[in-house]
Design a protein around this ligand. Structure first.
Ligand SMILES: Nc1ncnc2c1ncn2[C@@H]1O[C@H](COP(=O)(O)OP(=O)(O)OP(=O)(O)O)[C@@H](O)[C@H]1O
Ligand SMILES: [Mg+2]
Length: 518
């Protein structure tokens, strides 16, 4: 189901996005904090190592005992973070030096302190690869007095345990220890810890997302899918379907709204069906009435016509001119009325009295209509163009002839006085139906008249129209024919700029799967 897929994928995207939003700055923060702490720890370590080395090499420096210096230096280098150790004498001459691989070529900047300066100096530098390391120098101090260690302690830490001893000048700088402590290992350790933490985090996140997505599908996507299914069945016409959603959250209230909407729809449809039934009954009654009235009027009219022509035959000699004229006017009017009644009767029979069905080539039908109207077409200097090849359909030939005859006749009748009529008949095959049109360049129809002209006896009220003879029955008959076939008819027009009458016809109209084109 599309909705489910989309809800699920959207939720996953939101979930992962929020994890990323939290995790990326979090990881960065932890990483930089850990580095800071590590750097601090290493700084302390470097300081302590330098101080204790300075103390330990004191006698080696004083006595020039290379062996003891070497063993001390080896011991200091035992820590992999220490990358070099240099021990020098009071004049700055290097007595012993040790480097870890590659460090002997690194150009260390000078860092000798003045002879009287007994403080420890340190600086943070970067190695050839750009990695930070601490370079630290501590002077080796001694006293020729009896308790030399005490003086050393004072020099290093600035205090004594046994109280102030006289004369700091008795302390002497006899050499120096310089060593380098790299951050590389610490960084690698932090990175390793960080990567393993990220890996654990990702595993937890993956489990978390699976769990939360399954919960979300249970509480969100599944009810939504059920709703989508139900909506589908309702759309297919099964109005008895309802969504079952438990709980009192937003989704269940949505489901309740959907159910309520279907309830309303059901009762509206029931009401509409009732109204439709009533309308259908009323229409049938109207048809019956039309048929009855037309039929009942026909007999007396026939009588009047018969009487009038009998009067004209037998008594015309005894009538003066005025009487003859009146009599012939009666006869013309009666004739007109009879024609009208015949048309009304015909209109009422469109539904009830079906004509024989056959496969009808509409091209032939239209050509026949054009042929029959050719006198009027020529008289107006008009043209009729069949733009597309029309289909062959299973229908009542006479009704379709009547249909095209009325539409083309109107297009001719309601043309502009100063412009010859140009009529175009076209057709388009769509998925379910055919769409036909009859287009003219005539006087056009105002918006307010577009609906009513399809009702019987409704002619447009204008001097232009009144000049043209017509009963107002043609379009009503056309509409009925189309409706009997399940189609629809409408007009598009701009007043003064011609009209186009469209009508659609379902392909299965006539009940035999129309749609065969020649
Ligand atoms: N092609 C058209 N252009 C402009 N107005 C039109 C056109 N077709 C119809 N009408 C308007 O619609 C009215 C109804 O048309 P309809 O064909 O039903 O009756 P009619 O042409 O007046 O009489 P008849 O019953 O003889 O056809 C017309 O009187 C006219 O005002
Ligand atoms: Mg007409």
């Amino acid at each position: 189901m599309n909705i489910l897929r989309s809800v699920r994928s959207r939720l996953t995207a939101i979930y992962l996005l929020s994890v990323a939003v939290i995790a990326i700055p979090g990881v960065y923060l932890i990483y930089s904090r850990s580095l800071k702490v590590m750097e601090g720890e290493l700084g302390k370590y470097a300081f302590n190592t330098a101080i204790s080395a300075a103390r330990n090499v004191k006698y080696g420096v004083l006595l020039g005992d290379k062996e003891s210096l070497r063993s001390e230096v080896i011991q200091v280098m035992g820590n992999p973070d220490v990358v070099y150790v240099l021990v020098s004498d009071a004049g700055g001459r290097v007595l012993i030096q040790r480097y870890r691989g590659g460090w002997d070529s690194y150009p260390l900047p000078p860092m000798e302190t003045a002879p009287g300066d007994l403080s420890t100096k340190e600086q943070v530098l970067r190695d050839k690869k750009g990695m930070k390391f601490i370079d630290i120098f501590t002077p080796v101090v001694a006293s020729k007095a009896q308790d030399p260690d005490l003086y050393v302690q004072k020099a290093l830490y600035g205090f004594t345990e046994k109280g102030e001893l006289p004369g700091e000048t008795r302390l002497e700088k006899i050499g120096g220890v310089r060593l380098g402590v790299t951050f590389a290992n610490a960084y690698a350790r932090v990175k390793k810890t960080l990567f393993s933490s990220i890996a654990i985090f990702l595993v937890i996140t993956a489990f978390g997302s699976i769990l939360s997505l399954s919960l979300l599908s249970r509480y969100l996507a599944n009810p939504l899918r059920r709703m989508a299914d139900t909506a589908y069945w309702i759309a297919m016409g099964n109005l008895k379907k309802r969504v079952k959603v438990k709980g009192s959250h937003e989704i269940s209230s949505l489901a309740e709204s959907l159910n309520y909407m279907v309830d309303q729809l059901q009762s509206t449809i029931a009401q509409l069906e009732k109204v439709n039934d009533r309308l259908r009954r009323e229409m049938d009654e109207k048809d019956d009435f039309l048929r009855a009235v037309s039929h009942d009027l026909n007999a007396p009219l026939r009588n009047i016509a018969g009487m009038a022509s009998m009067l004209m035959r037998r008594y015309s000699d005894s009538l003066d001119e005025k009487g003859k004229d009146r009599l012939s006017r009666i006869m013309r009017n009666v004739e007109k009325e009879q024609e009208l009644i015949a048309e009304l009767l015909e209109l009422s029979r469109i539904k009830t009295r079906r004509q024989p069905f056959s496969m009808v080539d509409l091209n032939e039908v239209v050509e026949q209509v054009i042929d029959e109207l050719s006198y009027d077409i020529e008289a107006k200097g008009g043209t009729v163009l069949i733009k597309d090849k029309l289909p062959t359909i299973y229908c009542e030939r006479s009704r379709f002839k009547q249909l095209f005859q009325n539409l083309i006749d109107n297009a001719l009748k309601y043309s502009k006085e100063d412009e010859p009529p140009r009529i175009e008949i076209g057709f388009q095959e769509r998925d379910e139906d055919y769409l036909f049109y009859v287009k003219d360049n005539g006087i056009g129809i105002r918006d307010e008249d577009k609906e009513r002209i399809f009702h019987v006896f409704r002619r447009v009220q204008s001097p232009q129209i009144s000049k043209v003879e017509g009963k107002g029955v043609g379009l009503a008959a056309v509409k009925r024919i189309i409706e009997v076939y399940g189609g629809d008819i409408w007009v598009e027009s701009k007043y003064g700029r011609g009209s186009t009458f469209f009508f659609s016809l379902p392909k299965n109209a006539g009940g035999m799967g129309n749609g065969r084109k020649r």
